[in-house]
Design a protein around this ligand. Structure first.
Ligand SMILES: NC(=O)c1ccc[n+]([C@@H]2O[C@H](COP(=O)([O-])OP(=O)(O)OC[C@H]3O[C@@H](n4cnc5c(N)ncnc54)[C@H](OP(=O)(O)O)[C@@H]3O)[C@@H](O)[C@H]2O)c1
Length: 294
């Protein structure tokens, strides 16, 4: 049975990971305040005490707009801390699975990004996540960096829960048509993480070491925020509560935000599928399952 250390088990992804990983072995799950990734001295004791075979880092500073005002803190959590995790993992001969984001790209490519495309983040969050990827991979251990996109769950604030709430308050919604990516259900991402670990059998560290590197892993297909919103309202389990009659198209420039976001940041996940023989479901299928699960 595997000894797994999961960091960040209250977040969208981490909460699902704790459940998906449970059948693989012993999962030690820690979150703030037991560990604070902004404080490097709090990290190593947790790892050494758990002495894991696999570390899974589901923590991140994910407030994209607030990040613009706290670049030092964001860099500490999203870049320095993952680097430390990777170095300590390599020292202990433990594998590390770390997640990154489509926001490392500037969104100008016009078709799905693959792992060879050059990142060019537009904001503090994206830069910090890119630095984190580099720090993890430079440490040289058995590390996977899984870049994902538009992560949602129904149990924590996400685009899905926001659209459902707006639909109960507003007769007309305006959603942007020019931001396009692949919605990714946190549960599906957690389950595929557990599946790929299970494929490593009795030697997951050696197995992951042979496949170490960067992979794109987002919900299959892509859509605009408006198309995503339409699908959410269509799949709403309580449509009788909706006040919304129309969803009108808008543009990103209509809603100024502190951080710029990439416009087209869908990920080409074929390298992951070819390597692991796994893929996330089409985003529409995952959304239906998520809405039915509640
Ligand atoms: N959300 C998205 O749309 C999206 C898109 C692409 C990629 N990603 C990536 O996917 C991964 C998972 O994201 P998510 O959406 O699940 O994030 P999330 O829901 O915001 O959860 C983040 C987790 O990190 C923890 N955390 C934050 N600051 C911390 C600190 N200083 N020390 C220790 N833990 C800390 C949070 O704990 P508290 O709850 O206690 O603060 C929470 O458990 C991240 O790597 C993220 O960058 C997310």
């Amino acid at each position: 049975m595997l000894n797994i250390l999961l960091l960040g088990n209250t977040g969208q992804l981490g909460w699902e990971l704790e459940r998906s990983l449970a059948s693989l072995g012993q999962v030690t799950a820690v979150d703030t305040p037991a560990i604070n990734l902004a404080e490097p001295h709090s990290i190593l004791p947790v790892i050494r005490q758990a002495n894991p075979q696999v570390i899974i880092n589901a923590t991140a500073y994910t407030a994209v707009d607030r990040a613009e005002n706290e670049p030092g803190l964001v860099q500490a959590i999203n870049a320095h801390a993952p680097g430390l995790l990777a170095e300590e993992g390599a020292r202990l001969d433990a594998a590390l699975i770390h997640y990154s984001t489509d926001y490392v790209f500037d969104g100008t490519k016009g078709c799905p990004y693959n792992e060879d495309d050059t990142p060019n983040p537009l904001g503090v969050y994206g830069w910090s996540k890119l630095s984190g990827e580099q720090a993890v991979l430079q440490a040289g251990g058995a590390a996977l960096v899984l870049r994902t996109s538009w992560v949602y769950s129904l149990r924590r604030d996400s685009f899905v829960t926001k659209v459902l709430a707006w639909a109960r308050q507003q007769p007309a919604l305006r959603l942007v048509t020019d931001q396009v990516s692949g919605p990714t259900w946190a549960r599906a991402l957690a389950e595929i993480t557990a599946l790929l670990l299970a494929r490593g059998g009795s030697d997951p560290v050696g197995w992951l070491a042979e496949r170490r590197g960067l992979y794109h892993l987002g919900g299959d297909g892509y859509c605009s925020r408006l198309e995503w919103g339409q699908a959410i309202l269509h799949l709403d389990q309580h449509p009788e509560e909706q006040l919304t009659q129309t969803i009108a198209p808008a543009l990103t420039v209509d809603f100024p935000t502190p951080a710029r976001r990439p416009l087209f940041s869908a990920l080409d996940c074929s390298h992951f599928t070819q390597t692991f023989g796994l893929q996330l479901p089409p985003w529409q299928t995952a959304l239906r399952l998520a809405m039915e699960a509640g």
